[in-house]
Design a protein around this ligand. Structure first.
Ligand SMILES: NC(=O)c1ccc[n+]([C@@H]2O[C@H](COP(=O)([O-])OP(=O)(O)OC[C@H]3O[C@@H](n4cnc5c(N)ncnc54)[C@H](OP(=O)(O)O)[C@@H]3O)[C@@H](O)[C@H]2O)c1
Length: 267
């Protein structure tokens, strides 16, 4: 029975993915913030761990718990994200989108490495926006102190996740295969914090969006038959070459250094 950890497994694509893994016989550990939704999912095959993944301390605590409670983890699937229309600073002094959408994934990927390395064919799937070439990491101001917008923050953290895949493959020394996956516009996503007009536009556009089951189908395939390459990048149905401009190894090294510096001060 495979052990599958799902961050952001209480809603949207993560929830659908987690429930389907449990239905297929896996032992699933769901990380999320909403207790009501999480507890409603818990049963013999699903364990819910409530955690605010925008907090470095809470994310570290959950990593510690996971590596103790689950000595072997076969797969880690990363979905947690939330759009912040206004800049929010976490208790750690970090811009929240950076902390939640990128940094929690960094801490989980590197932190679960010992448990992943005990599995037969370990795999990490980071569900973000690989293939998007707009935006990027604002090296001079990664906490977006000036000129914040929700889109800038999403594009920055999305790119940081692309570079996390590259950085993990270069630096972790892990046997875990890293898969960057962009699901495309999907009928999911918490829109409750968005302005009414934007919500209306998204609701109208959602007829064009992919059904959740279709968007998560490739993720099941990544678990059932993990790729042999240390890093794979898939934008919807298209496999991207690792020479793709957003997967620059120098940028990845730079981000890994920056992240180590940032987290070293946040015990
Ligand atoms: N939907 C799209 O069209 C689309 C397109 C491209 C890429 N993506 C990417 O796909 C991934 C999944 O998207 P989705 O549409 O499935 O999102 P979603 O429905 O909004 O679900 C997001 C998940 O993140 C969790 N989360 C949010 N804030 C959290 C926090 N502070 N601590 C812990 N968990 C937190 C939520 O948990 P709670 O409910 O418990 O708060 C929920 O389980 C995201 O990375 C997104 O960027 C989505």
């Amino acid at each position: 029975m495979a052990v599958v950890v799902v961050s952001g497994g209480t809603n949207g694509m993560g929830r659908a993915f987690a429930l389907e893994r449990a239905a297929r016989g896996d032992r699933v550990v769901v990380l999320g913030r909403n207790r009501e939704r999480g507890e409603a999912m818990a049963d013999a095959s699903v364990t819910f761990l409530p955690v605010d993944l925008s907090s470095v301390a809470e994310t570290r605590q959950v990593v510690e718990h996971l590596v103790t409670a689950y000595p072997v983890v076969d797969a880690l699937a990363l979905f947690a994200n939330a759009v912040a229309p206004r800049r929010v600073v976490t208790a750690d002094g970090l811009e929240r989108t950076f902390a939640l959408y990128y940094l929690s994934r960094h801490l989980l990927s590197f932190g679960l490495r010992p448990a992943l390395d005990r599995a037969a064919t370990p795999v990490i799937v980071n569900v973000a926006g690989v293939g998007v070439t707009k935006g990027g990491v604002r090296w001079s101001d990664p906490q977006l102190v000036s000129g914040y917008s929700a889109v800038t923050a999403q594009l920055q953290a999305g790119r940081a996740n692309d570079l996390l895949g590259v950085g993990f493959a270069r630096r972790s020394g892990s046997r875990a295969r890293y898969v960057l996956y962009h699901p495309g516009f999907t009928r999911s996503g918490d829109r409750s914090t968005l302005p009414l007009v934007v919500r209306g536009l998204l609701a109208a556009a959602s007829v064009m969006a992919r059904p959740v089951a279709e968007a998560v189908a490739p993720i099941h395939r990544f678990l059932d038959a993990p790729p042999t390459a240390p890093l794979t990048a898939v934008d919807r149905n298209r496999q991207l070459p690792l020479s793709f401009p957003t997967l620059d190894p120098r940028d990845a090294d730079r981000l890994m250094d920056l992240t180590e510096e940032l987290t070293a001060h946040r015990l």
